[in-house]
Design a binder for this molecule. Structure first.
Ligand code: NDP
Length: 315
């Protein structure tokens, strides 16, 4: 604490960006407190193998990597706490946030590393089956295994959908890819891969109208915009890969954001429009969105926070 129980550095979020910020902030003696959010470890805990994070030549699972990052942050004294920041007053001095609507925390600097979340179609039965682990997923790599030898559908036409469709095609008997336009957004190379995978059938100009099944997915209703026809397709797994939404709603009206809700930072830094508030990781990055780039900006956030504290005379 800097004074009167005011934290020198509060970190919100526990993905690679948050934990890397914590490692640097703790080693700089900022005594950081990190709130994990509802998914400690962030999006990487929903993946299996991570092969592209430097330093793991044999690859590592997402959950194991996040445990390693957490342990490293704690080794230098980061106070890691489970809890969700539900409200923030970033313009007050010191800045204030509320954890789970009750506990009030004051801090001189805040590093926002709240990441991004998968988008869903918003269909009632999609939500119900997703909540009940009934075969609706936004992560083919995490859940594809459960549908080995079965027929599944995936919605989306970006690089994620293309990558996940080809991943699923290796495990599943058949993959229906539901594309809402007559072309894909994915890179040419990814499109080529999809088009050359014999057990992927693309349903162009189509939208999912409903997901069928009481306890588990039994099929979907797909409508073709051109013919106006709706048909039932029997599948046991339903994957959604239509992009992500940054977890920044609680900062709206305070932090400058783009039209999608990604926090805007001063180029080449993690500085936001509010002095002492820094944004790192996927909450401020819609372009790269990699664990290693998130970790890199996490480091920058801690260094920016340290310099800001020195400038205002807090040591
Ligand atoms: P994108 O935003 O690029 O693509 C989302 C896709 O979902 C689009 O095809 C979009 O359709 C479709 N979509 C959106 N909403 C709906 C809806 N309600 N119903 C049906 N379809 C919908 O997201 P991605 O996650 O694919 O990619 C995000 C970023 O990450 C991109 O920059 C991508 O290049 C990158 N990426 C790179 C990878 C790699 O290089 N290996 C792997 C994965 C991602 P429409 O096209 O009609 O808008």
């Amino acid at each position: 604490m800097s004074s009167n129980n005011i934290l020198k550095c509060l970190i919100i979020g526990s993905g690679p960006a948050g934990y890397t910020a914590a490692i640097y902030a703790a080693r700089a003696d900022l005594k950081p407190v990190l709130y994990t959010g509802m998914t400690p470890g962030g999006q990487l805990t929903e993946t299996t193998e991570v092969d592209n994070f430097p330093g793991y030549p044999k690859g590592i699972t997402g959950p194991e990597m996040m445990e390693d990052l957490k342990a490293q942050a704690e080794r230098f004294g980061t106070d890691v706490r489970f809890g969700m920041v539900t409200k923030a007053d970033l313009k007050s001095d010191p800045k204030k946030v509320w954890i789970d609507d009750t506990i009030e925390i004051s801090a001189n600097t805040i590093i926002v590393s709240t990441g991004a979340s998968a988008k869903w179609l918003g269909l009632e039965n999609e939500t119900r089956l997703r909540m009940n682990a009934g075969g609706v997923s936004a992560c083919a790599v995490c859940d594809g295994f459960f549908f080995k030898g079965q027929e599944v559908a995936i919605v989306g036409a970006g690089d994620t959908a293309a990558e996940e469709a080809t991943y699923l095609a290796k495990l599943c008997k058949k993959v229906y890819m539901i594309v809402r336009r007559s072309e894909m957004r994915a890179s040419k190379a990814m499109q080529h891969r999809v088009l050359n995978t014999p057990n992927i059938e693309i349903l162009w100009d189509s939208a999912t109208e409903d997901v069928l099944g009481e306890k588990a997915v039994e099929g979907i209703i797909v409508k073709n915009f051109k013919t106006g026809e709706s048909k039932k397709i029997i599948v046991t797994g339903f994957f959604v890969a239509i992009g992500h939404k940054p977890n920044t709603d609680i900062f709206k009206g305070q932090l400058d954001m783009d039209e999608l809700g990604y926090i805007q930072v001063v180029p080449g830094s993690t500085k936001t429009n509010i002095k002492g508030v820094f944004a790192v990781g996927d909450a401020a990055d819609k372009v790269y969105r990699q664990a290693v780039t998130a970790a890199g900006t996490g480091c920058m956030g801690a260094l920016d926070a340290e310099r800001y504290l020195a400038d205002i005379g807090i040591h």
